[in-house]
Design a protein around this ligand. Sequence first.
Ligand code: OGA
Ligand code: NI
Length: 282
Amino acid sequence: MLKWLFNVLQLINHGMTPSFLDEVREVTKQFFALPMEEKQKYSRDAESADGIEGYGNDKILSEKQILNGTERLHITLNPEQRKLKFWPENPKVFRDILNDYTIKLSMVIEIILTAIARSLDLEDNCFLDQYGKEGKMNAGFNYYPKCPRPDLVIGIEEHTDAAAITFLLQDNEVEGLQFQKDNQWFKVPIIPEALLVIVGDQAEIMSNGIFKSPVHRVVTNSERERISLAVFCLPGFNEEIGPIDRLVDESRPRLYKKVKNYVSIYLEYFKQRKRPIEAVKI
Ligand code: OGA
Ligand code: NI
């Protein structure tokens, strides 16, 4: 029955040219290279719905990370939910390029969600229906400065993603991302024309554990800074998600409860340093 199972894969036939992906990387680098006062125009504020949108560092997720110097910019990509005050106007082409990237990725997410349904011999729409019409794409731009003691300082500590699927555009020169398998860490090689597709907790839940949300982290580098852009594809917050009925039977009992707004549970558990998906296990 299972033809195409993955936890993470390098996708190359996504319809975006290598030069377009380089432009996305370039505006990311240019933004983080701006003077601090300029970047702070887009700072997070108390008003933003989940307190995460905007520019800042990692403190919000975990106290352990205050020393690492990582900078982030989080913005919602869906046109109807955009808060333009968090969308950089500098570099000039930032908004246009990000808008193009949004349009292209919204096609790719549909294709991926359809493909994983087919790979399980399910109806095409069963993952898409749970993702919903209000499925959200949240962009997380990351900047990891070079760090004199990479042995002591982690870029992002180990975690799984809250999304259904994450698309990660990696730096085209500097490695840093690692995935855990059998208690060992494996580096992700750089393939400049590829998008990394990562299964997130919500795809694990919907697939009743057939897909697994892999643990990953980012290590720092003493010589070079690194950027990345993660786009988290999240089911609409009013959408109830849960294991697809046809994936529950006697040989595979239901492993997860139905849940709405998994992201808020995720953030709570993450702060307490617990694995978020434990919150919805039966
Ligand atoms: C993330 C993440 C990896 C990277 O933002 O969730 O895992 O390479 N990023 O920056
Ligand atoms: Ni991640």
